[in-house]
Design a protein around this ligand. Structure first.
Ligand code: SF4
Length: 700
């Protein structure tokens, strides 16, 4: 192979372009792709170290049945036979797929088609439920579809940027680099960070609001009231395009009538609240970014709508330098949403609740009817396994026994499941340990397909290494099982054919007035697919070069094409601190690691920055508890406990502690941090509350 291969980073939702130059010995030199619009040649520490993570140590390279190597035929027969037998005895609702934002669109598409079209259940959900489901639900309520209105250039074109619940410096580093560069070039660009912690992102902040955990709705309701009081609401825009203003404002007034009330509810200095309100009121070109600090909450959907309300009320949406913008966690969290890989979604942003849409998809697939009832969302899926309602599960590209809340409790549930199939590229994880059938998947650098980043940009992941051992693509394994189950429609020759069918299905969505439409990418053929340049959907007959922004014309994707402001009020988190559990635990990422360390854990350079999990806590909390940096503490919640090293961090809000989510039993004696988190869910999105767990901390 000559010259670099243009591909896309497998880590976060920024979706940076990568140039990979194979060395002929299984490795590759890595550089940023200067032609990729997401990163323009930049990479963060994780992306730059990708070349250090390509070895085959620890890889799963052959199918295993009850721990014994078998042929692919035997393993696939066991999967198909096991699923068929459970379906015959207990019906299609007794089987499920649990998939991942690490999958490519083509894997996701085939999984969704098999489960929803041919098995006849909507029991397919994804680990993306844990990171961005509240944004999806908020978008659907406000816009009528899971539409991301803006693009990354808005971060550079705005005059005021709010980062809410986002430590972009560590979690979306290349976007942070772009913001920092824009701010250096244009000092008039103001940055406000709204986060209980003072994180490295605050290094570029003109204002940091360390609000009380979970009080975001009160803050943005107060902002809506302030906009109304200042006459900054765009009444003409509302009359022409948006419903719900009066009800939303009434709810906001009851909740957060003035700056003093907002400051009290959020634990903030009233002067800082006033500054935020004044800046937002005076600045048309405002972008509000939100991420996991907003989404991972029992009020996550309401928080998203409280933010969007302020943009709708001012008409600041879908135009250059204006709008709400969700930063997604995983490399293909967006693609999974588009493909329909959520238990309450249909492919191509068609509406699962709409009988016409279900019939259109079934007709396109030539399948049986698509079930109308939503399937089990991630945490509920594992609850259904525990209850014996789901008896066979196929887990792909994810390690839920580390990432789920109450992870240790769900370990026992999975251990009792009749059939557990796991597709992974890693041999030993907390989840593969419980698999009856293990299927070796291709990893980054070996697999080929497409992903979608946080600005709706489809990019190619291209293979630059040969498949190792017997590893195969996930879409291929799914097709083989589909064929063994007797279903037509799974004869794809390669991933380009899968993508082509996906693009043709999106034409149905486009004709139904939905936002997701990539019909202009149908018929590319293998050569066209291989040459596909990064492009933002919709890509159709009227926008062949892609679409940087949506909703700027005031036409939304609701049945009457009007946007919706949603009346929301501040709600307390379900689980509150008390005398036994007086501190609040926040779990999240560190700068140089990704998910459960299976890739970044291979790089000594990356591990040097955070060699082990550590508990960050405020100096006054540490002094009261008699803890010092470098010592050890036991962290106990109502759901579990762990022992970790202590780090005193003045950036912590007093009363709050932070623990990273990456380490599992496989990498540290502590066990997963998320085992401490209670499985409390947003009632609309089903997203768990990872940022608000009452804990007790004691020295050991
Ligand atoms: Fe990869 Fe995200 Fe870093 Fe870009 S910012 S190089 S996508 S981890």
């Amino acid at each position: 192979m000559n010259g670099p291969v243009r591909t896309t980073c497998p880590y976060c939702g920024v979706g940076c372009g990568v140039l990979a130059t194979p060395d002929g010995a299984g490795g590759a030199a890595i550089a940023g792709d200067p032609q990729h619009p997401a990163n323009l040649g930049r990479l963060c520490s994780k992306g730059a170290a990708l070349g250090e993570t390509l070895d085959l140590d620890g890889r799963l390279l052959e199918p295993l049945l009850h721990g014994q190597p078998v042929s692919w035929d035997r393993a696939l027969d066991a999967v198909a036979g096991g699923f068929a037998s459970v379906i015959a005895e207990h019906g299609p609702q007794a089987v499920a797929f649990y998939v991942s934002g690490q999958l490519l669109n083509e894997d996701y598409y085939v999984a969704n088609k098999l489960m929803k079209g041919f098995i006849g259940s909507n029991n397919i959900d994804t680990n993306s439920r844990l990171c961005m489901a509240s944004s999806v639900a908020g978008h659907v309520r406000a816009f009528g579809a899971d539409t991301v209105p803006g693009c990354y250039e808005d971060l550079e074109q705005c005059e005021l940027l709010l980062l809410v619940g986002s430590n972009a410096a560590w979690c979306h580093p290349v976007l942070y680099q772009r913001i920092r560069a824009a701010r250096a070039a244009r000092p008039g660009l103001r940055v406000v960070v709204i986060d209980p912690r003072r994180t490295p992102t605050c290094d570029i902040a003109d204002l940091h609001l360390p609000l009380a955990p979970g009080s975001d709705v009160a803050l943005f309701n107060g902002l809506l009231v302030a906009l109304a009081e200042a006459g900054a609401v765009d009444r003409d825009y509302l009359a022409a395009h948006v419903d719900g203003f009066d009800a939303a404002l009434a709810a906001a007034r009851a909740d957060a009538p003035d700056v003093a009330a907002v400051a009290a509810a959020c634990g903030l200095d009233p002067a800082d609240v006033q500054t935020l309100f004044d800046w937002f009121t005076a600045t048309d070109k405002t972008v509000t970014v939100y991420s996991q600090g907003v989404n991972q909450s029992t009020a996550g959907t309401d928080k998203v709508n409280a933010i969007i309300n302020c943009h709708l009320a001012t008409g600041r949406i879908g135009r250059p330098g204006m709008g709400p913008l969700s930063f997604t966690g995983q490399p293909n969290a967006m693609g999974g949403r588009e493909v329909g890989g959520l238990a309450n979604a249909l492919a191509c942003h068609l509406d699962l609740a709409n009988p016409e849409h279900r019939a259109q998809v079934a007709q396109f697939w030539g399948s049986g009817p698509v079930a109308h009832a939503p399937g089990h969302k991630a945490v509920d899926l594992f609850r259904a396994i525990k209850a014996g309602q789901v008896r066979a599960v196929w887990i792909m590209g994810t390690n839920p026994l580390v990432s789920l809340p109450e992870a240790d409790r769900f370990r026992a549930a999975l251990a009792g499941c009749e059939l557990v199939v796991v597709s992974d590229c890693v041999r030993h994880t907390d989840t593969t340990a419980l698999a009856h059938v293990l299927l070796p998947a291709l990893a980054w650098g070996e697999k080929s397909g497409t992903v979608t980043n946080s600005e709706r940009r489809l990019s190619r992941q291209r293979a630059f290494l040969p498949p190792p051992g017997l590893a195969r693509a996930d879409w291929w394994a799914l097709c083989e099982v589909g064929r063994r189950l007797g279903h037509a429609g799974f004869g794809f020759a390669d991933e380009a054919e899968v993508f082509d069918e996906y693009a043709r299905l999106s034409a149905v969505a486009g004709q139904a007035g939905r936002d997701f439409d990539i019909s202009a990418l149908a018929g590319l053929g293998r050569a066209g697919f291989d040459a596909l340049e990064p492009v933002q959907w919709p890509v159709n007959a009227t926008s062949r070069a892609g679409t940087p922004r949506l909703l700027g014309d005031g036409r939304f994707f609701t049945p009457d094409r009007r946007g919706r402001m949603v009346a929301v009020t501040q709600r307390a988190a379900v689980d509150q601190p008390d005398a036994d559990y007086p501190l609040l635990l926040n779990t999240g990422r560190v700068r140089d690691h990704w998910h459960t360390l299976t890739r970044t854990g291979k790089s000594a350079r990356l591990s040097a920055h955070s060699p082990e999990p550590r508990l960050d806590l405020h100096p006054e909390d540490a002094a009261r508890l008699g803890l010092e940096t470098g010592g050890f503490a036991r962290v106990t919640s109502r759901h579990g406990q762990c022992v970790v090293r202590v780090a005193i961090d003045p950036g912590q809000r007093q009363g709050s502690v932070f623990l990273p989510m990456h380490w599992s039993h496989a990498f540290a004696s502590t066990g997963p941090a998320d085992a401490l988190v209670g499985a409390h869910l947003d009632p609309i999105s089903g997203q768990p509350e990872f940022k608000h767990t009452p804990v007790r901390v004691q020295g050991v």
